[in-house]
Design a protein around this ligand. Sequence first.
Ligand code: NAI
Ligand code: MG
Length: 357
Amino acid sequence: RTLRIGLIPGDGIGREVIPAGRRILEALPASLGLKFSFVDLDAGFDTFKRTGAALPEQTVETLKKECDGALFGAVSSPITATKGYSSPIVALRKKLDLYANVRPVKSVAPTPCFPDPIDLVIVRENTEDLYVKEEKTYDGPNGKVAEAIKRISESASTRIATIAGEIALRRQRVRETTGETSRKSMVTVTHKSNVMSQSDGLFRTTARKALEQAKFKDAGVVIDDQIVDSMAYKLFREPSFYDVIVAPNLYGDILSDAAAALVGSLGLVPSANVGDGFAIGEPCHGSAPDIEGKGIANPIATLRSVALMLEFMNQEEAAASIYKAVDANLVEGKLLTPDMGGKAKTEEVVNDIIKRL
Ligand code: NAI
Ligand code: MG
Protein backbone atom coordinates (compact mmCIF):
# COMPACT_ATOMS: atom_id res chain seq x y z
CA ARG A 1 0.00 0.00 0.00
CA THR A 2 1.08 3.52 -0.75
CA LEU A 3 1.16 5.85 2.26
CA ARG A 4 -0.16 9.31 1.49
CA ILE A 5 1.56 12.18 3.25
CA GLY A 6 0.21 15.73 3.50
CA LEU A 7 2.95 18.37 3.20
CA ILE A 8 2.26 21.71 4.89
CA PRO A 9 5.41 23.83 4.54
CA GLY A 10 3.84 27.03 5.92
CA ASP A 11 6.08 30.12 5.95
CA GLY A 12 9.77 31.03 5.94
CA ILE A 13 12.22 28.15 6.26
CA GLY A 14 9.25 25.77 6.48
CA ARG A 15 9.42 25.92 2.68
CA GLU A 16 13.08 24.90 2.74
CA VAL A 17 12.91 22.06 5.26
CA ILE A 18 9.65 20.32 4.31
CA PRO A 19 11.00 19.48 0.81
CA ALA A 20 13.93 17.85 2.65
CA GLY A 21 11.40 15.74 4.55
CA ARG A 22 9.86 14.62 1.30
CA ARG A 23 13.24 13.75 -0.16
CA ILE A 24 14.17 11.51 2.76
CA LEU A 25 10.90 9.58 2.46
CA GLU A 26 11.52 9.11 -1.26
CA ALA A 27 15.06 7.92 -0.54
CA LEU A 28 14.15 5.18 1.97
CA PRO A 29 15.66 1.85 0.93
CA ALA A 30 13.40 -0.20 -1.35
CA SER A 31 13.97 -3.20 0.94
CA LEU A 32 11.58 -1.61 3.45
CA GLY A 33 8.78 -2.10 0.91
CA LEU A 34 7.26 1.33 1.52
CA LYS A 35 5.77 3.60 -1.10
CA PHE A 36 4.72 7.18 -0.54
CA SER A 37 2.57 9.70 -2.37
CA PHE A 38 2.38 13.37 -1.44
CA VAL A 39 -0.16 16.15 -1.43
CA ASP A 40 0.85 19.80 -0.96
CA LEU A 41 -1.35 21.71 1.45
CA ASP A 42 -1.61 25.38 2.39
CA ALA A 43 -1.50 26.99 5.81
CA GLY A 44 0.23 29.92 7.46
CA PHE A 45 0.52 33.67 7.41
CA ASP A 46 1.13 33.97 3.66
CA THR A 47 -1.92 31.78 3.07
CA PHE A 48 -3.86 34.08 5.40
CA LYS A 49 -2.76 37.19 3.49
CA ARG A 50 -3.70 35.56 0.20
CA THR A 51 -7.00 33.90 1.14
CA GLY A 52 -8.14 35.35 4.46
CA ALA A 53 -7.79 31.97 6.22
CA ALA A 54 -4.62 30.74 7.93
CA LEU A 55 -5.93 27.18 7.78
CA PRO A 56 -8.08 26.60 4.69
CA GLU A 57 -10.91 24.10 5.14
CA GLN A 58 -9.51 22.20 2.13
CA THR A 59 -6.30 21.47 4.07
CA VAL A 60 -8.22 19.96 6.99
CA GLU A 61 -10.52 17.95 4.70
CA THR A 62 -7.64 16.53 2.66
CA LEU A 63 -5.79 15.49 5.80
CA LYS A 64 -8.90 13.81 7.18
CA LYS A 65 -9.99 12.06 3.99
CA GLU A 66 -6.81 11.22 2.12
CA CYS A 67 -3.76 11.24 4.33
CA ASP A 68 -2.03 8.61 6.46
CA GLY A 69 0.26 11.18 8.06
CA ALA A 70 1.54 14.73 7.56
CA LEU A 71 4.48 17.07 7.97
CA PHE A 72 4.13 20.65 9.13
CA GLY A 73 6.97 23.16 8.66
CA ALA A 74 6.50 26.41 10.59
CA VAL A 75 4.35 29.47 10.42
CA SER A 76 5.08 33.12 11.03
CA SER A 77 2.75 34.63 13.55
CA PRO A 78 2.12 38.37 13.34
CA ILE A 79 3.52 40.17 16.40
CA THR A 80 0.41 42.29 16.91
CA ALA A 81 -3.08 40.80 17.16
CA THR A 82 -4.34 40.53 13.58
CA LYS A 83 -8.05 40.37 12.99
CA GLY A 84 -9.13 36.98 11.70
CA TYR A 85 -5.74 35.33 12.19
CA SER A 86 -5.19 32.46 14.56
CA SER A 87 -2.43 29.88 14.63
CA PRO A 88 -3.08 27.10 12.10
CA ILE A 89 -1.15 24.43 14.01
CA VAL A 90 -3.20 25.08 17.15
CA ALA A 91 -6.39 24.82 15.05
CA LEU A 92 -5.15 21.63 13.37
CA ARG A 93 -4.44 19.98 16.71
CA LYS A 94 -8.02 20.75 17.72
CA LYS A 95 -9.71 19.76 14.49
CA LEU A 96 -7.88 16.44 14.21
CA ASP A 97 -7.92 15.82 17.97
CA LEU A 98 -4.14 15.52 18.14
CA TYR A 99 -4.10 15.38 21.90
CA ALA A 100 -0.44 14.57 22.49
CA ASN A 101 2.66 16.58 21.70
CA VAL A 102 5.66 14.29 21.66
CA ARG A 103 9.22 15.64 21.96
CA PRO A 104 12.20 13.32 21.98
CA VAL A 105 15.44 14.79 23.31
CA LYS A 106 18.47 12.70 22.46
CA SER A 107 22.20 13.34 22.48
CA VAL A 108 24.38 11.70 19.86
CA ALA A 109 27.69 11.96 21.68
CA PRO A 110 28.84 12.53 25.29
CA THR A 111 29.68 16.12 26.28
CA PRO A 112 31.72 17.37 29.26
CA CYS A 113 28.46 18.44 30.95
CA PHE A 114 26.58 15.27 30.19
CA PRO A 115 28.88 12.28 29.84
CA ASP A 116 25.93 9.85 30.06
CA PRO A 117 23.71 9.61 26.97
CA ILE A 118 20.54 11.70 27.07
CA ASP A 119 17.63 9.83 25.55
CA LEU A 120 14.26 10.93 26.83
CA VAL A 121 10.82 11.81 25.50
CA ILE A 122 8.45 14.42 26.82
CA VAL A 123 4.77 13.69 26.21
CA ARG A 124 2.72 16.83 26.70
CA GLU A 125 -1.07 16.88 27.03
CA ASN A 126 -2.34 19.20 24.34
CA THR A 127 -6.02 19.93 24.87
CA GLU A 128 -6.65 21.33 28.34
CA ASP A 129 -5.01 22.68 31.51
CA LEU A 130 -4.54 26.48 31.59
CA TYR A 131 -4.53 26.52 27.78
CA VAL A 132 -8.31 26.20 27.57
CA LYS A 133 -7.95 30.00 27.48
CA GLU A 134 -10.92 30.72 29.73
CA GLU A 135 -9.68 33.97 31.17
CA LYS A 136 -11.36 37.04 32.52
CA THR A 137 -10.34 40.39 33.94
CA TYR A 138 -12.41 42.39 36.40
CA ASP A 139 -12.10 45.28 38.82
CA GLY A 140 -11.26 44.11 42.30
CA PRO A 141 -11.24 46.22 45.47
CA ASN A 142 -7.54 47.07 44.93
CA GLY A 143 -7.38 47.33 41.14
CA LYS A 144 -7.64 44.93 38.25
CA VAL A 145 -7.69 41.17 38.76
CA ALA A 146 -7.23 38.54 36.06
CA GLU A 147 -8.27 34.91 36.43
CA ALA A 148 -7.73 31.83 34.29
CA ILE A 149 -9.27 28.38 34.47
CA LYS A 150 -6.99 25.38 34.81
CA ARG A 151 -9.02 22.39 33.65
CA ILE A 152 -7.82 18.82 34.14
CA SER A 153 -10.08 15.91 33.24
CA GLU A 154 -9.92 12.23 34.01
CA SER A 155 -10.48 11.30 30.36
CA ALA A 156 -7.71 13.52 28.94
CA SER A 157 -5.30 12.48 31.71
CA THR A 158 -6.01 8.81 31.06
CA ARG A 159 -5.39 9.01 27.33
CA ILE A 160 -2.19 11.04 27.63
CA ALA A 161 -0.77 8.65 30.23
CA THR A 162 -1.79 5.67 28.09
CA ILE A 163 0.02 7.02 25.03
CA ALA A 164 3.06 7.76 27.24
CA GLY A 165 2.98 4.13 28.38
CA GLU A 166 2.76 2.95 24.78
CA ILE A 167 5.74 5.10 23.86
CA ALA A 168 7.68 3.54 26.76
CA LEU A 169 6.82 0.08 25.41
CA ARG A 170 7.97 1.00 21.92
CA ARG A 171 11.26 2.40 23.23
CA GLN A 172 11.74 -0.84 25.11
CA ARG A 173 11.18 -2.86 21.91
CA VAL A 174 13.69 -0.69 20.08
CA ARG A 175 16.26 -1.16 22.88
CA GLU A 176 15.74 -4.91 22.69
CA THR A 177 16.57 -4.89 19.00
CA THR A 178 19.67 -2.77 19.54
CA GLY A 179 20.84 -4.78 22.56
CA GLU A 180 20.61 -1.90 25.08
CA THR A 181 18.59 -4.01 27.49
CA SER A 182 20.21 -2.78 30.70
CA ARG A 183 18.03 0.30 30.77
CA LYS A 184 14.65 -0.07 32.42
CA SER A 185 11.48 1.52 31.10
CA MET A 186 9.98 4.25 33.21
CA VAL A 187 7.25 6.86 32.89
CA THR A 188 7.57 9.88 35.18
CA VAL A 189 4.32 11.76 35.85
CA THR A 190 4.82 15.54 36.23
CA HIS A 191 2.62 17.49 38.63
CA LYS A 192 2.45 20.02 41.45
CA SER A 193 -0.14 18.23 43.54
CA ASN A 194 1.43 19.37 46.80
CA VAL A 195 -0.06 22.80 45.94
CA MET A 196 -2.73 22.14 43.31
CA SER A 197 -4.16 19.16 45.12
CA GLN A 198 -7.36 18.91 43.08
CA SER A 199 -6.29 19.67 39.50
CA ASP A 200 -2.74 18.31 39.53
CA GLY A 201 -3.85 15.76 42.09
CA LEU A 202 -6.36 14.39 39.59
CA PHE A 203 -3.71 14.37 36.86
CA ARG A 204 -1.27 12.47 39.07
CA THR A 205 -3.63 9.81 40.37
CA THR A 206 -5.35 9.30 37.01
CA ALA A 207 -2.08 9.04 35.09
CA ARG A 208 -0.63 6.59 37.63
CA LYS A 209 -3.77 4.46 37.41
CA ALA A 210 -3.65 4.40 33.59
CA LEU A 211 -0.02 3.30 33.74
CA GLU A 212 -0.93 0.41 36.01
CA GLN A 213 -2.69 -1.32 33.09
CA ALA A 214 -1.48 -4.89 32.68
CA LYS A 215 0.17 -4.25 29.30
CA PHE A 216 2.57 -1.78 30.91
CA LYS A 217 2.99 -3.58 34.24
CA ASP A 218 3.71 -6.94 32.61
CA ALA A 219 6.41 -5.34 30.46
CA GLY A 220 8.03 -3.94 33.60
CA VAL A 221 7.36 -0.25 32.95
CA VAL A 222 8.19 1.55 36.21
CA ILE A 223 5.83 4.36 37.27
CA ASP A 224 7.33 7.37 38.96
CA ASP A 225 6.02 10.83 39.70
CA GLN A 226 7.71 14.08 40.46
CA ILE A 227 6.88 17.64 41.37
CA VAL A 228 7.52 19.88 38.37
CA ASP A 229 10.04 22.26 39.99
CA SER A 230 12.27 19.52 41.31
CA MET A 231 11.89 17.77 37.98
CA ALA A 232 13.22 20.85 36.16
CA TYR A 233 16.24 20.76 38.48
CA LYS A 234 16.91 17.08 37.97
CA LEU A 235 16.29 17.30 34.22
CA PHE A 236 19.28 19.63 33.98
CA ARG A 237 21.43 17.90 36.61
CA GLU A 238 20.89 14.35 35.52
CA PRO A 239 18.97 14.11 32.23
CA SER A 240 20.05 10.52 31.68
CA PHE A 241 17.76 9.55 34.60
CA TYR A 242 14.64 10.04 32.46
CA ASP A 243 12.98 7.77 29.93
CA VAL A 244 9.41 9.01 29.26
CA ILE A 245 8.00 12.11 30.96
CA VAL A 246 4.26 12.77 30.83
CA ALA A 247 3.01 16.23 31.73
CA PRO A 248 -0.07 18.43 31.68
CA ASN A 249 -0.10 21.11 28.98
CA LEU A 250 1.64 24.06 30.69
CA TYR A 251 4.43 22.17 32.46
CA GLY A 252 4.96 20.10 29.31
CA ASP A 253 5.26 23.21 27.15
CA ILE A 254 7.92 24.74 29.39
CA LEU A 255 9.86 21.55 30.09
CA SER A 256 9.97 20.51 26.45
CA ASP A 257 11.32 23.84 25.16
CA ALA A 258 13.85 23.96 27.99
CA ALA A 259 14.93 20.36 27.45
CA ALA A 260 15.77 21.16 23.83
CA ALA A 261 18.64 23.23 25.24
CA LEU A 262 20.23 20.02 26.59
CA VAL A 263 21.14 18.90 23.09
CA GLY A 264 22.02 22.09 21.24
CA SER A 265 20.47 23.87 18.27
CA LEU A 266 16.75 24.36 17.78
CA GLY A 267 17.46 23.11 14.28
CA LEU A 268 17.91 19.58 15.69
CA VAL A 269 14.78 19.06 17.74
CA PRO A 270 11.73 17.27 16.32
CA SER A 271 8.17 16.86 17.57
CA ALA A 272 4.98 15.10 16.63
CA ASN A 273 1.35 16.00 17.21
CA VAL A 274 -0.38 12.71 17.82
CA GLY A 275 -3.98 11.53 18.05
CA ASP A 276 -5.58 8.13 17.72
CA GLY A 277 -4.46 6.90 14.31
CA PHE A 278 -2.92 10.12 12.99
CA ALA A 279 0.33 11.98 13.51
CA ILE A 280 1.80 15.22 12.17
CA GLY A 281 5.58 15.57 12.35
CA GLU A 282 6.74 19.13 13.06
CA PRO A 283 10.20 20.59 13.71
CA CYS A 284 10.20 22.57 16.98
CA HIS A 285 11.67 25.70 15.44
CA GLY A 286 9.77 28.57 13.86
CA SER A 287 9.94 30.16 10.41
CA ALA A 288 13.37 31.77 11.12
CA PRO A 289 12.96 34.96 9.02
CA ASP A 290 16.61 35.87 9.72
CA ILE A 291 17.90 33.01 7.56
CA GLU A 292 14.96 32.57 5.18
CA GLY A 293 15.87 32.13 1.51
CA LYS A 294 19.58 31.56 2.18
CA GLY A 295 19.42 27.79 1.84
CA ILE A 296 21.18 27.25 5.16
CA ALA A 297 18.34 26.06 7.42
CA ASN A 298 19.24 22.97 9.37
CA PRO A 299 17.03 20.17 7.98
CA ILE A 300 17.67 17.73 10.85
CA ALA A 301 14.74 18.74 13.08
CA THR A 302 12.49 18.02 10.12
CA LEU A 303 14.16 14.75 9.14
CA ARG A 304 13.80 13.53 12.73
CA SER A 305 10.16 14.68 12.71
CA VAL A 306 9.65 12.52 9.61
CA ALA A 307 11.05 9.55 11.54
CA LEU A 308 8.82 10.34 14.51
CA MET A 309 5.76 10.48 12.24
CA LEU A 310 6.76 7.08 10.82
CA GLU A 311 6.99 5.63 14.35
CA PHE A 312 3.36 6.57 14.95
CA MET A 313 2.46 4.99 11.60
CA ASN A 314 4.04 1.77 12.96
CA GLN A 315 6.93 1.99 10.51
CA GLU A 316 9.61 1.59 13.16
CA GLU A 317 12.24 0.13 10.88
CA ALA A 318 12.02 3.03 8.44
CA ALA A 319 12.14 5.47 11.36
CA ALA A 320 15.22 3.77 12.80
CA SER A 321 17.06 4.01 9.49
CA ILE A 322 16.49 7.78 9.36
CA TYR A 323 17.61 8.30 12.98
CA LYS A 324 20.74 6.28 12.29
CA ALA A 325 21.65 8.20 9.13
CA VAL A 326 21.11 11.56 10.90
CA ASP A 327 23.18 10.52 13.93
CA ALA A 328 26.00 9.35 11.65
CA ASN A 329 26.06 12.76 9.97
CA LEU A 330 26.23 14.52 13.35
CA VAL A 331 28.85 12.20 14.84
CA GLU A 332 31.13 12.69 11.85
CA GLY A 333 30.46 16.42 12.10
CA LYS A 334 31.92 17.36 8.70
CA LEU A 335 28.79 18.56 6.93
CA LEU A 336 26.92 20.85 9.30
CA THR A 337 24.78 23.95 8.76
CA PRO A 338 25.91 27.30 10.27
CA ASP A 339 23.72 26.98 13.40
CA MET A 340 25.93 23.99 14.29
CA GLY A 341 29.13 25.86 13.52
CA GLY A 342 29.49 24.47 10.00
CA LYS A 343 29.36 25.94 6.50
CA ALA A 344 27.10 23.47 4.70
CA LYS A 345 23.88 24.27 2.90
CA THR A 346 20.59 22.56 3.69
CA GLU A 347 20.84 20.57 0.48
CA GLU A 348 24.37 19.30 1.19
CA VAL A 349 23.32 18.04 4.61
CA VAL A 350 20.28 16.28 3.14
CA ASN A 351 22.43 14.72 0.40
CA ASP A 352 24.91 13.45 2.99
CA ILE A 353 22.15 11.92 5.14
CA ILE A 354 20.49 10.30 2.12
CA LYS A 355 23.83 8.78 1.14
CA ARG A 356 24.05 7.23 4.61
CA LEU A 357 20.56 5.72 4.30
P1 NAI B 1 12.66 30.61 15.28
O1 NAI B 1 12.62 29.21 15.79
O2 NAI B 1 12.06 30.83 13.96
O3 NAI B 1 14.16 31.14 15.25
C1 NAI B 1 14.98 31.31 16.42
C2 NAI B 1 16.46 31.32 16.02
O4 NAI B 1 16.85 29.99 15.71
C3 NAI B 1 16.75 32.15 14.79
O5 NAI B 1 17.99 32.77 14.92
C4 NAI B 1 16.78 31.13 13.67
O6 NAI B 1 17.61 31.50 12.59
C5 NAI B 1 17.31 29.90 14.39
N1 NAI B 1 16.77 28.66 13.77
C6 NAI B 1 15.53 28.16 13.93
N2 NAI B 1 15.38 27.05 13.19
C7 NAI B 1 16.54 26.85 12.57
C8 NAI B 1 17.00 25.86 11.65
N3 NAI B 1 16.24 24.84 11.22
N4 NAI B 1 18.27 25.97 11.19
C9 NAI B 1 19.06 26.96 11.60
N5 NAI B 1 18.69 27.92 12.46
C10 NAI B 1 17.44 27.87 12.93
O7 NAI B 1 11.92 31.52 16.39
P2 NAI B 1 11.57 33.09 16.33
O8 NAI B 1 12.63 33.83 15.63
O9 NAI B 1 11.22 33.41 17.72
O10 NAI B 1 10.23 33.17 15.49
C11 NAI B 1 10.18 33.45 14.08
C12 NAI B 1 8.77 33.23 13.59
O11 NAI B 1 8.40 31.86 13.74
C13 NAI B 1 7.72 34.02 14.38
O12 NAI B 1 6.76 34.52 13.48
C14 NAI B 1 7.11 32.98 15.31
O13 NAI B 1 5.79 33.29 15.64
C15 NAI B 1 7.19 31.73 14.48
N6 NAI B 1 7.25 30.48 15.25
C16 NAI B 1 6.51 29.44 14.78
C17 NAI B 1 6.57 28.21 15.40
C18 NAI B 1 5.77 27.11 14.78
O14 NAI B 1 5.34 27.20 13.67
N7 NAI B 1 5.56 26.01 15.47
C19 NAI B 1 7.35 27.99 16.61
C20 NAI B 1 8.14 29.12 17.00
C21 NAI B 1 8.06 30.32 16.34
MG1 MG C 1 6.39 26.01 23.36
